[in-house]
Ligand binder design. Structure first.
Ligand code: NAP
Length: 255
């Protein structure tokens, strides 16, 4: 854990980034990359507390906060804890997400309960964390939100229809918010293709897709979390860009 807390509202020291779902996979690598860029980082997960604490302990100045961002009160507590601890918030990366592998033609398995579960985290979780963070991001003067979508948000693909729809919603939320919260806050998104993470590795569902990606896409490989983290930092540095969704898919969308 990090150094002692500054006085609330003092906004001193290095900028602060909060990355939801950062105990593993893409979020963890984004947290590590932002730390390399000099950010103080708030690491988060809902269940994997040990992994989250370890991720934070290995960074120069980071704080781990367990919170389920699909729960409104917990997402607000996450943001409040970050701001109380560090005194400021400059970047929010809405990365936490979930899916279910359901063939698109299997309509009955995509039950209303599955829809609620997936939209509850991917869409409502992203929304309520952003709303809680917005006053602090605006106070930063150069606040920035990066949402993690998916190629499934714009292509007829993805592990299930509810998942793909949730990512399409995130992309339109990105544009609508960007059009609303300027000039002090920018809102952009990254949309990864197939990335090797605990989510996709050793998965029966993803194995044939990975083979297809390796043999047919322009860049002839699956993605790494580092590829997505580079796109996130790129958008943070792209200070005249807002409302953008950057596909990070090795060119899979061109097929
Ligand atoms: N991997 C891919 O190929 C791929 C492609 C396109 C988009 N994406 C997107 O990238 C994001 C990360 O995926 P990943 O592959 O890195 O997955 P991952 O390795 O399974 O990591 C997911 C992270 O989110 C956390 N999390 C899950 N539910 C949460 C909740 N309710 N509140 C807070 N944290 C929560 C997990 O920790 P706990 O479970 O312990 O809470 C974990 O830290 C997701 O939004 C996913 O849709 C992934």
């Amino acid at each position: 854990m990090a150094a002692s807390a500054p006085a609330p509202g003092s906004r001193t020291g290095a900028p602060v980034a909060l990355v939801t779902g950062s105990s593993s996979g893409i979020g963890q690598t984004i947290a590590q990359e932002l730390a390399t860029e000099g950010y103080r980082v708030v690491v988060n997960s809902a269940r994997s507390v040990k992994e989250g604490e370890k991720t934070a302990a290995e960074l120069p100045d980071a704080l781990y906060v367990r919170a389920d961002v699909s729960d409104e009160e917990e997402s607000r507590r996450l943001v409040d804890t970050a701001v109380t601890h560090y005194g400021r918030l400059d970047v929010l990366v809405n990365n936490a997400g979930r899916t279910r592998a359901i063939p698109h033609a299997d309509l009955t398995s995509a039950t209303p309960g599955v829809w609620r579960e997936i939209l509850g985290l991917n869409v409502i979780g992203t929304w309520q964390t952003t709303v809680a963070a917005m006053p602090h991001l605006a106070a930063s003067g150069s606040g920035c939100v990066i949402n993690v979508s998916s190629i499934a948000g714009s292509r007829p693909a993805g592990s299930s229809i509810p998942y793909a729809v949730s990512k399409a919603a995130i992309e339109h939320m990105t544009r609508l918010l960007a059009n609303t919260v300027g000039p002090h806050v920018r809102v952009n998104a990254v949309a990864p293709g197939l990335i090797e993470t605990p989510w996709t590795r050793n998965s029966e569902f993803f194995a044939p897709i990975a083979e297809h990606v390796r043999t047919t896409t322009p860049l002839r490989r699956t993605g790494r979390p580092e590829d997505v983290a580079a796109a996130v930092t790129g958008l943070i540095h792209a200070t005249y860009a807002t409302g953008q969704v950057l596909l990070v898919d090795g060119g899979a969308h061109l097929l």
